[in-house]
Design a binder for this molecule. Structure first.
Ligand code: NDP
Length: 251
């Protein structure tokens, strides 16, 4: 099977952190896609300034307002993206937007649990549902394939739990990423016949607002590793859970 042909890409949470780095590296890739939909909650905000500058420099970067947890916002983004696609499909959806809150078994609240689940699981679910027809158009209908990349986390691994639990309980985050992994498997089962590959990738512990300054990995190194995986995606990757270097992570 051929390698992924990246002509059109959409990234969620692309105004900062790992999402912004994805947009930068996709722009600079050898065969830069002709449309990169860089979505974020508030394109006018201070924290989206760098993204606005990037899109002014690169006409193939289209900034689109999108709150992944809001169905109306997700549907409005599809309409906007379709205008730019002119009948083309979407080759790659990167479900990157996510949040982490610090909670132990003692401090975890139902409100926080629901909020984190909403961003980390409901968002990717709504996004993939709404963009399925465009991913399918790039997949089986254009004789190539397309992909959904879920940015997951090692902290969602059941087997790795004993190694990291005491240092980082983060209950809502762990549960949400474990659920995201299941969602990724559901996408594999449900969309295989549509030529769509679904993969969950752990970016490593990365220096971002979420990862903090002590993290060992730079955004550049993490995203470069993930881009390598994305460019080589084939059916063998479908439904897998790997880290930024391509190593399999146990569920
Ligand atoms: P950041 O906190 O730096 O950035 C998070 C991004 O998600 C921001 O762009 C933020 O937008 C966006 N976002 C949050 N909620 C929503 C929403 N409802 N709709 C749309 N966008 C939203 O995090 P990272 O870049 O570090 O994380 C990116 C992904 O990588 C996450 O899924 C995270 O779980 C995962 N990850 C990160 C690790 C790390 O060490 N950094 C480790 C393992 C996984 P806004 O600016 O508007 O808040």
């Amino acid at each position: 099977m051929s390698e992924l042909n990246l002509r059109t890409v959409l990234v969620t949470g692309s105004n900062r952190g790992i999402g912004f780095e994805f947009v930068q590296q996709i722009i600079n890739s050898q065969n830069s896609p002709h449309k990169i939909f860089a979505t974020c909650r508030d394109p006018g905000a201070q924290q989206s300034q760098e993204l606005r500058k990037l899109s002014e420099k690169h006409p193939n970067v289209v900034v689109i307002q999108l709150d992944t947890t809001n169905p109306a916002s997700v549907n409005a983004s599809v309409k906007e993206v379709e205008k730019h696609l002119n009948g083309e499909g979407l080759d790659l959806l990167i479900n990157n937007a996510g949040i982490l809150t610090q909670n132990s078994l003692e401090t975890q609240t139902s409100e926080d649990m629901m909020n984190v689940y909403n961003v980390n699981v409901v968002g990717p679910m709504l996004m993939t549902q709404a963009y399925h027809h465009l991913l399918k158009r790039s997949g089986v209908e254009s004789s190539g394939k397309s992909a959904i990349v879920h940015i997951s986390a090692l902290l969602g691994s059941l087997e790795e739990l004993p190694n990291l639990f005491s240092a980082l309980p983060v209950i809502s985050y762990r549960c949400s990423k474990a659920a995201l992994n299941m969602l990724s498997r559901c996408h594999m089962e449900g969309y295989r016949q549509d030529g769509i590959i679904s993969i969950a990738i752990h970016p490593g512990w990365v220096q971002t607002d979420m990862g903090g300054e002590k993290a060992p990995l730079t955004k550049q190194t993490s995203v470069a590793g993930m881009m390598k995986i994305i460019f080589s995606l084939n059916e063998q990757h479908n439904g897998t859970f790997v880290d930024w270097e391509g190593k399999t992570i146990p569920w």
